[in-house]
Design a binder for this molecule. Structure first.
Ligand code: 6PG
Length: 239
């Protein structure tokens, strides 16, 4: 694993830098393999990055978009990560509908939807049971509680090692989420973190020793590159 930590002056600089890194990884993936696979993060931090991506002249037919986690709501629900990414980004670019791979939330059964997404990933990446595909870029954020994706402190999802996708839980509310082993197979994981409220979580994530069940983002140790892009308000915690 190669770890890169950058503290940017403010949120705008964080987004600009995130865009530059994402574009370089997209270009490299397409040059090497003719395709780029990206897993979008939810929450508020990445939204301006998605808007910036929507202004880029990219070979969208060679880019496939997945989600690293999803709230268990319909796609038109205001809390939907899919809705946010479509409004800010995917509805604004000429990307084939078949290149967009949202996490399903329509079965009224989170476990069934998680299994369906796992099957979709296995078929897309042509991997068999027990194999984990290498996604080119996985975008992530962290909560004030050091959760990432929908891997929340003290939840069963943190322990799952035999599937690509599982059911997460936030205060009892179901989520669909990538598992730790799938995230750690990524060629490039990019954390985007902004705001002073993230300082305590970052301090624990970057501490030499801390409990990973309490601070789940510590579990993200990808085989590829690990980027931490922080604004100054959050970044004081790691200096
Ligand atoms: C989600 C996200 C979640 C997010 C963090 C940070 O579904 O909410 O995937 O893991 O990245 O909660 O959210 P902010 O960017 O809003 O701080």
């Amino acid at each position: 694993m190669q770890k890169i930590v950058e503290v940017l002056a403010d949120r705008e600089a964080l987004i600009d830098r995130s865009l530059a890194v994402v574009l370089s990884k997209i270009t490299a993936a397409i040059a090497e393999r003719g395709i780029c696979t990206v897993a979008a993060a939810g929450g508020s931090t990445p939204e301006p990055l998605y808007r910036a991506l929507s202004t880029q002249d990219l070979p969208w037919d060679k880019i496939h978009v997945f989600w690293g986690d999803e709230r268990y709501v319909p796609p038109e629900h205001p809390d939907s990560n899919q809705k946010m990414a479509r409004l800010a980004w995917l509805d604004r670019v000429n990307i084939p509908a078949s290149n967009i791979h949202p996490m399903p939330t329509g079965a009224a059964d989170p476990a069934a939807d998680a299994e369906a997404y796992q099957t979709e990933l296995q078929q897309f990446f042509k991997v068999s049971e027990g194999e984990f595909p290498a996604i080119d870029i996985i975008l992530l954020g962290i909560g004030d509680d050091a959760h990432t994706a929908s891997l929340f402190p003290g939840t069963a999802a943190l322990q799952v090692r035999d599937t690509l996708v599982t059911v997460g839980s936030k205060d009892g509310q179901p989520r669909i989420t990538f598992t730790v082993p799938l995230i750690n197979k990524a060629r490039c994981v990019i954390f985007m973190v902004a705001g002073a409220s993230k300082q305590p979580a970052l301090a624990q994530i970057f501490a030499p020793a801390a409990d990973s069940t309490t601070y789940p983002a510590r579990l993200v140790q990808p085989e590829g590159e690990l980027w931490w892009l922080l604004d100054a308000a959050a970044g004081v915690a790691v200096k």
